[in-house]
Design a protein around this ligand. Sequence first.
Ligand SMILES: [Zn+2]
Length: 299
Amino acid sequence: MRDPLPSASTLNDLLPEAQRHGYAVPAFSARYLACVRPLVEAALERRAPFILEISQRELGWFDLTPEAFRDEVGRVVSDLEVDLPFALHLDHTFAEPLVVEAMDAGFTSVMIDASAEPFDVNVARTRALVEEAHGRGVSVEAELGRLTTTDRMEAEGGAAAYTDPEEARQFVDGSGCDALAVSVGTAHGVYPPAGPTIDFARLTAIRRAVGSTPIVLHGGSGLPADLVARAVRLPGGGISKMNIATDFEQALLGAMDHGERMTSAALDAVDPDVRARGLAAVRTVAVNKIELLLAAGRA
Ligand SMILES: [Zn+2]
């Protein structure tokens, strides 16, 4: 078992603070190990607290392990002498053994996504994981309601299962989770031309229902600035963590003129000048996201 990264925080150190002060912490899905460095550089440049994360599916797509991701984050944080609050978070994970593997590897925060299960099962699985994680000083994000993908949104006309505010209250009370990912209109992937909408009445009702529990918005790529600002500044405390993945990968591959997703190792083998172009684009996008979330200068 690895010790947590020396200076790494949990969601409990980052999100209540953000909620109180009207900003959201950017949660960067690096996807490729090489992208960790430009993302951290962007946070340093803008003095923003940040979260680096990777999901179960991404570990598969990019051929990575929690240990490899943790080691790269540790290397970059040490090289750049990072003095900002940050968390190392396991994003959407459906299997408990992988969550335990990540905690063993030194992740300071994890997400268990049992949102496809019936309500009671989702509560019970989350509750069990919260007990294990809190015993190790690790924070837990959970999800209620089904976040869809933008592809499915287009095919099904946005038929995602939105989070019910009353269920959210029962879920937070029953599971003890530290942060709640909600489904209020956003989705994973690239939005169709009509773009995303956010059901603000629902988000406001969820905020009232869950008390001070931080709310997480997924599907932050391609979200228009006005929607983000409104979600962050919701009366009574808006969203305090926003996940961003697709925008970074699109910027990376676009700047390298490379159409296809590749493994993390394949990116390392790309011509260094070409790769540098891609990584510079990732950094630029990250700076923009930090500004969008009003997180600049908060660390
Ligand atoms: Zn997500």
